[in-house]
Design a protein around this ligand. Structure first.
Ligand SMILES: [Zn+2]
Length: 167
């Protein structure tokens, strides 16, 4: 059972975790995976046991590129977890992955909640965070058998206008 102490907390992935077990197995190999419905073929995250669109219970893990754009974000000013207190203020983002943008409806997309970090896995500065900016997955190895998918900004130009909280 992979487990590691992270910022004063015990992180563990139980062997029988049917939701995130495969997700963290792939992360250990620096691959980002989501569930793909065997019924309608749509990807989803969080994993979930059934497809939110067609209710099929059949699925497979599907590797995705890890490339996307910031769909929304917040800046955490008051950390609930004591281990995150010294990181405040830090951003938490919703990433819209390039796969499945606008499906199954124009308002839908494949979206993950994630940390936005810099090259040293420290929180990205608030001034650099904006909706629409391009991001890429990066894996933070906490131990030989537990890695956390995180996201960082890339040099790719945004597809459209960007927006950030008024300073
Ligand atoms: Zn489905």
């Amino acid at each position: 059972m992979p487990q590691v102490e992270y910022r004063g907390m015990l992180l563990m992935v139980p062997e029988n975790d049917s939701e995130f077990g495969g997700y963290f197995e792939a992360a250990r190999e620096h691959r980002l995976v989501v569930k793909k419905c065997a019924g309608c073929g749509l990807l989803r995250f969080p994993p979930g046991s059934g497809c939110p669109w067609c209710t099929s219970l059949d699925w497979t893990w599907q590797e995705v590129s890890g490339k996307g754009a910031i769909y929304s974000y917040e800046i955490i000013a008051h950390a609930i977890q004591p281990g995150f207190r010294d990181l405040t203020p830090y951003p938490v983002i919703i990433v819209e992955l390039d796969e499945q943008r606008g499906a199954p409806t124009p308002q839908d997309g494949l979206r993950l909640i994630a940390n936005l970090v810099d090259a040293q896995f420290q929180p990205e500065a608030e001034a650099n965070v904006a909706i629409g900016k391009r991001v890429d997955v990066v894996f933070q190895d906490l131990s030989p058998d537990l890695s956390l998918p995180q996201f960082r900004l890339t040099d790719e130009p945004p597809a459209g206008p960007v927006w950030q909280f008024p300073g």
